[in-house]
Design a protein around this ligand. Structure first.
Ligand SMILES: Cc1cc2nc3c(=O)[nH]c(=O)nc-3n(C[C@H](O)[C@H](O)[C@H](O)COP(=O)(O)OP(=O)(O)OC[C@H]3O[C@@H](n4cnc5c(N)ncnc54)[C@H](O)[C@@H]3O)c2cc1C
Length: 481
């Protein structure tokens, strides 16, 4: 891929190819670089100088050491499904993509653990142990594409987080090339060990303290019984009040997902899905566990749905029907592709009892800024995901989408929640951390990060406020910061 490069670029291409022992592991040239100028948050973009595809921890280490030696910025990338701009390289430099590190290295059924490379796609972990009645519980809705290390770096949630937790409790140990270029192992294959919890620090750090190359993960038994239902409501408020009551009653469904009328409209237009007459909001509820407990839990949930005005509650009779009920949830985001050329999936989290009022607020803010919004979210976790549909060729629309998102995030904090529930801070939310933390809180975070990466070379410009340091989108011409 050296055709069309300038003399300086050809020299860099040669250097990187030699470092990795293969020119097929290096991409340069503007068309290739532009492909990597954003992840799934497409409002901000920055073009990298080169993209590299290491296949081993040793190759990642060589790349990081090369960057440190030259003072060049780098950022790790998995599948690029991140929704807060974590993989865009604001200062140019290298995008180090882990997609070719996609091998499962060991499956230890006896201890219910898997050892895998960073770029293994999430769903493959479950596929590797399915025959033994086990699964990897973290299941972001992007799980057929997103990578293990991307999940770890974002501490991802998913539809089943309500019962099984986010990614963190399922990660035992990682191998990481730190920002000095040293290979370190953090965590243990047994339960927590002595010393500072550096594994905890790495999980959710959005690739700002090093590049994860391998991980040992925990897998857990698949529940022996599962029951899935769809409940239709004539107002979003009835649906959110039902969610709040389920949680207040101490019931913990495996999943409790909400879709509003704009999602349902898009699903109808795209896939011909039909919903009961007058449906303005839909809840998908899944209970799992021992058969008797599941029956009791499902009956209690159905009672709560009905007492909150559900106009229809439909329980799946078998596995085929269960899969059909999930279609609405799984195809909702894709269906919105028909509505507008671009979308931003906003993300916040609030105490579940505040869902009814904050969802009302989301609609008000969208109207105030003239932005089309659809809502599809992990309601049981108190996660809000207003999805803004717009045309990113119009700067005014981008401005409105960003302003509406910031206003909603501030509301989440005001009611006792957070500016992000599971999609991370990236570049999207960094200025908003000031709404949540004091200057001293943020300074401590920066001091800790500086210990790991004094450069900063490792994913600079992310998470902490005032770090962006880049003036405009579509930046970066050379391999400099
Ligand atoms: C349709 C759709 C549905 C989604 N559903 C959910 C959901 O239900 N729950 C949820 O939490 N998220 C969801 N997401 C967001 C996204 O899929 C997750 O954040 C996912 O974990 C990102 O994985 P990835 O491999 O795509 O990472 P990327 O987008 O490539 O990277 C994300 C971040 O991780 C860092 N990173 C990547 N690899 C490494 C590494 N090897 N070492 C260190 N840092 C690294 C990057 O630098 C970046 O900061 C969804 C996204 C889409 C598009």
């Amino acid at each position: 891929m050296a055709a069309g490069l300038s003399r300086d670029e050809r020299a860099i291409f040669k250097e990187l190819s030699t470092l990795l022992g293969d020119s097929e592991k290096v991409l340069m040239g503007l068309p290739a670089r532009m492909t990597y100028d954003a992840d799934s948050y497409t409002v901000e973009r920055a073009i990298p100088s080169a993209i590299v595809f290491p296949e081993t921890t040793d190759e990642v280490q060589r790349l990081v050491r090369w960057c440190v030696r030259k003072g060049i910025a780098y950022v790790a990338r998995g599948a690029g499904t991140g929704l807060s701009g974590g993989t865009l390289p604001p200062h140019g430099g290298l995008v180090i993509t882990l997609k070719r590190m996609n091998r499962i290295l060991a499956v230890d059924i006896e201890n219910r653990q898997i050892h895998a490379q960073a770029g293994v796609v999430n769903i493959r972990l479950t596929e590797a142990v399915k025959a033994h009645g086990l699964h990897f519980a973290p299941d972001p809705s992007s799980q057929t594409v997103a990578t293990l290390a991307g999940n770890i770096a974002e501490n991802s949630g998913g539809p089943h987080t309500l019962k099984y937790g986010v990614t963190a409790p399922h990660i035992l140990r990682v191998t990481m090339v730190d920002a000095r270029g040293e290979v370190v192992s953090l965590g243990r294959r047994t339960e927590a060990g002595p010393g500072l919890d550096l594994l905890g620090l790495v999980i959710g750090s959005e690739g700002t303290v090093g590049i994860i190359t391998e991980a040992w993960v925990r897998v857990v038994p698949v529940a022996p019984a599962v029951k899935t239902a769809l409940a239709a409501f004539s107002t979003p408020r009835d649906a959110t009040e039902a969610v709040a009551e389920v949680i207040a009653a101490g019931v913990v469904p495996a999943a409790l997902e909400m879709m509003d009328k704009n999602i349902l409209g898009a699903l109808h237009d795209a896939f011909g899905l039909q919903f009961p007459e007058g449906t303005q909001a839909l809840l998908l509820i899944e209970c799992d566990g021992q058969p008797e407990a599941v029956e009791a839990e499902a009956a209690e949930v159905a009672r709560i749905m009905e007492s909150n005005g559900a106009i229809d509650v439909h329980v799946a009779k078998d596995e085929t029907e269960r899969t059909r009920l999930w279609i609405a949830r799984k195809k909702g985001v894709g269906a919105l592709g028909r509505v507008a050329p671009s979308k931003v999936t906003h993300d916040g989290v609030i105490p579940r009892s505040r869902l009814p009022e904050v969802l009302d607020y989301v609609y008000e803010v969208a109207e105030e800024f003239g932005v089309y919004v659809a809502n599809l979210f992990h309601a049981g976790d108190g996660n809000l995901h207003p999805i803004f549909c717009f045309d990113d060729r119009d700067p005014k629309q981008i401005e409105n989408v960003v302003a509406a998102g910031h206003k909603i995030a501030a509301k989440c904090v005001e009611v006792g929640g957070s500016v992000t529930g599971e999609h991370g801070v990236g570049v999207e939310k960094s200025s908003l951390l000031k709404v949540m933390y004091s200057e001293d809180d943020l300074k401590l975070q920066k001091d800790v990060r500086d210990i790991f990466d004094p450069g900063p070379n490792c994913n600079p410009g992310k998470i902490l406020p005032d770090q962006k340091g880049y003036g405009h989108m579509h930046t970066s011409r050379g391999l400099n910061r």
